[in-house]
Design a protein around this ligand. Structure first.
Ligand SMILES: Cc1cc2nc3c(=O)[nH]c(=O)nc-3n(C[C@H](O)[C@H](O)[C@H](O)COP(=O)(O)OP(=O)(O)OC[C@H]3O[C@@H](n4cnc5c(N)ncnc54)[C@H](O)[C@@H]3O)c2cc1C
Length: 477
């Protein structure tokens, strides 16, 4: 093993290959506290050519490669796991190297005529957003992991986040990509075309592939007009269905201007308030709230009147129970801080069950009520903590243990609880994973619940592109 690290160090320089346990600890820990297995070493290419040379070396040495971005993923996709925490009985995580993109962070170019930016895969999402803003545009992908997650990781998980309602998920933000293939070849697909029907859309294969088909090393990202006029509101609802009704009412007033519609259960708000030093924005607590945002690129399209009309109409007929509009950027930040603190509180509570299902938007209310009923049958007294992206049907139905139950006892219920949530989602034409991916923690359910014909197609693609199972074995399949 030391010999491998030595050879990789001579290929990449001392910063390019780490094998000291102290140096690699940060790359092998896991946000969800999964038990990770140590890689042979951590390699950190500084260029696409170096990434390709690592793949060529790994091929010869029969080493597996685990691509790693900002390491904020919530499905154990970017680390090797110990047998006890792997949802897969194949012994596949041995002799792997973690390939971190953390030295490939350049923003190579911003072109405001083409409305495109070319960035390396290791660029942190928040830095990409800032660079776009400084150029008078926005890169709208945004979520709680943005301070550390990288563009490569976001594309590889096809992340969704808060603005997918208007702009779509990560894969919708991409014009082209550059990939190092498992063969060691570099595919330069960094096109800037808005239209291209010349053959298969190959770039889409690598998005959401969770590093199983190659290493994304750079991307050409779409830029959008920057908003100059924005309204943010925090509203109270009697039930989730009222949220959907209000979303549709709002869209009938301001159309595509609505960028975010985040549904928050009161349990989710309580969890956030244990972490966040922030004031709850309304006078009293309600069973459900929503954080809503809409914007336009110019003050010529002042939407405040239309939003106020929608809010007052909804308050009058009881669709909304209360509402407040942010009066300053500080107040807007407080609303969002409260929202994002829910995800952090859930990560902090290591015994909380996390889920990432989505159903068609019209079925969100049914999903929440059915899921709650089955969860309470399995663990009476459990705290259901649903929250998430109502406009995309993607509700994270998380569950915290009853106060008088130990973490270990509650964790023993996890398989039954997750099976129950997934069953409800699938019975409503939903999915087991909307934005976090399968990684190493959801394979059992993925293979159990996917149609055989879909699995066959996915395996055929994997075998065609990565016949030696070099790339991230143990993830997805
Ligand atoms: C507080 C919090 C809130 C979050 N909220 C959201 C949310 O609202 N929406 C959402 O979608 N996600 C959310 N996430 C999850 C996470 O931030 C996303 O999944 C993100 O896209 C992962 O990016 P990363 O760079 O950290 O990838 P990693 O965790 O490092 O990797 C994720 C997967 O991508 C692969 N990968 C990484 N980089 C590459 C590459 N260059 N080439 C090929 N494969 C690669 C890895 O092998 C792994 O399978 C949240 C996370 C946190 C901590």
């Amino acid at each position: 093993m030391q010999e491998i690290a030595k050879q990789l160090q001579s290929l990449l320089g001392p910063q390019g290959c780490l094998d000291d346990p102290n140096d690699i600890a940060a790359y092998t820990s896991d946000l969800l506290a999964l038990k990770t297995a140590a890689p042979v070493c951590v390699v950190r290419p500084a260029t696409t050519v170096q990434a390709a040379s690592i793949v060529q070396y790994a091929r010869k040495s029969k080493l597996a490669i685990i691509p790693q971005g900002g390491h904020t993923g919530l499905s154990g996709g970017a680390v090797a796991l110990n047998d006890s925490d792997r949802d897969n009985d194949k012994d596949k995580d041995k002799d792997s190297v973690i390939l971190s993109l953390d030295r490939m962070t350049a923003i190579r170019e911003i072109d405001t005529n083409d409305n495109v930016m070319i960035v390396e895969a290791g660029a942190v999402l928040a830095n990409v957003q800032t660079a776009a803003r400084e150029a008078g545009r926005i890169f709208p992908l945004s979520h709680g992991g943005e301070a550390s997650s990288q563009i490569g990781g976001n594309l590889s998980t096809n992340s969704g986040g808060n603005n997918a309602l208007r702009y779509g998920t990560a894969r919708d933000q991409v014009l082209g990509i550059e990939v190092v293939l498992p063969s060691g070849e570099i595919w330069n697909g960094l096109r800037r075309l808005r239209k291209n029907t010349a053959g298969y859309d190959l770039k889409q294969l690598f998005m959401g592939a969770e590093g199983t088909l190659g290493i994304i090393t750079a991307a050409a990202l779409k830029l959008r007009p920057a908003p100059s006029y924005r309204e943010t509101a925090f509203v109270a609802l009697a039930h989730p269905q009222a949220g959907l009704e209000f979303l549709r009412l709002l869209q009938s007033h301001v159309g595509e201007a609505v960028t975010a519609f985040e549904l928050l259960s009161d349990n989710a708000i309580s969890a956030a308030l244990t972490l966040a030093r922030v004031r709850f924005p309304l006078q009293t607590r309600y069973p459900w709230c929503a954080l809503i945002e809409a914007d336009t690129p110019s003050s010529h399209f002042d939407i405040s009147g239309a939003i106020e009309e929608a809010l007052s109409g909804a308050l009058e007929d009881g669709m909304l129970l209360d509402a407040v509009i942010a009066q300053s950027e500080t107040q807007r930040d407080e609303f969002w801080h409260l929202r994002e603190s829910i995800a952090f509180a859930m990560i902090e509570d290591k015994s909380a069950l996390k889920s990432d299902t989505a159903v068609p938007v019209a079925k969100v209310a049914a999903f929440i009520s059915h899921a709650e009923a089955v969860i309470l049958q399995i663990v009476p007294g459990a705290r259901c903590v649903p929250f998430g992206h109502l406009g995309d049907g993607n509700i994270h139905f998380n569950v915290q243990r009853p106060e008088d139950m130990s973490a270990d006892t509650f964790k023993n219920h996890w398989p039954d609880l997750i099976d129950a949530i997934v069953k409800v989602s699938l019975s409503l034409d939903g999915t087991i994973s909307a934005e976090h991916g399968i990684g190493r923690t959801k394979q059992r359910i993925f293979s159990k619940t996917s149609a055989e014909v879909e699995l066959k197609l996915m395996r055929a693609l994997k075998a065609a592109i990565d016949p030696d199972e070099l790339m991230n074995p143990g993830a997805l399949f």
